[in-house]
Every structure is written in C-alpha cells, then in structure tokens.
Design a protein around this ligand. Sequence first.
Ligand SMILES: [Zn+2]
Length: 162
Amino acid sequence: MIRKILEARTVISQFPIINPEKSVIKQLYNNMLQGKPKVHWKCLMYMNAARPKSKFTTWVQLHGKLLTIDRLSKWGLDVEKTCCLCQLQEESREHLFVQCTYVRRLWVRILRWMNKQMYNGTTWEQHLQWTISNAKGKSKEAQLFKVMYAEITYGIWNERNQ
Ligand SMILES: [Zn+2]
C-alpha cells in the first residue's frame, strides 16, 4: 500500500503544472485519462436512470468482461458450453445478447411495445451500433431505450444465472 502511494506521488509529480485556479482533482483525473481510448458506447451509461445493478451488469457486458461460458472455458474450466436459455448454441457474449432465439423473442416484444423496429444484425458489433444509435441524444425515447437496455441486459444475465 505504501509503495502504491509512493508510486502515485511519482506519477503525479510528472504531470504538467497544475493551475491553482481550477480543481486539482479534476486536472489530475483529466491528465490520467490522456492516452486512454474513449469508449464509443458511453451514451449508454451516461445519465442512465436504470437501477445501479443493471447499469453495472451493462458496463461489465460492454467491456466484454461478463463470465460467459466461452471465457470460462478459455480459462480451462470444464463447463457445459450450451446456452442455457435456448439450448441450441454455445454461449458467448455475442450469442447470449445478440443471437440467442430466447433473447431475440424478448427483444421483439419489448421493441414492439416501444414502437421500434427489431434489429437484423447478428454480430456483437452490429448489435452495439444499433444500440448506440437508439441511445444517443436527449430525447425521452433515447432515455427510455437506455434504461430498457440496461434492465434487459441485467434480466438476461440474471435469468442465465438462475
Ligand atoms: Zn441461446
């Protein structure tokens, strides 16, 4: 712990001159962010009124860090690879949130209720682009979509873990 504090002091001393007129923490934070890639899905998380546990699950999902079966088997764990929601294909983030017939049926019903069209994409990237295009902006529709996306993501993950 002490070593980390000393390392942080070294890192902070390498920052450019800090403007005493502005918040020191904000300046340090902005300096630490330099060089880090910006995520193109931040609109899904920003000002999202979903429950914190739903937003957290979505954040982990978007980072590709949910412990789906394909990731567990890469770690060498001997687990049943079939998706437990449809029992048709191997589970991965792409399958579970984009391709799974169980999840697609759920989306069809929710999107019908929201007066939106179902997406046709079958890859994670296509799904993400569709999601971002629906979540961008300050409209009530976009706000509702963001909440729904986070809650559905949590619901799918929760159902999968039952
Ligand atoms: Zn499935």
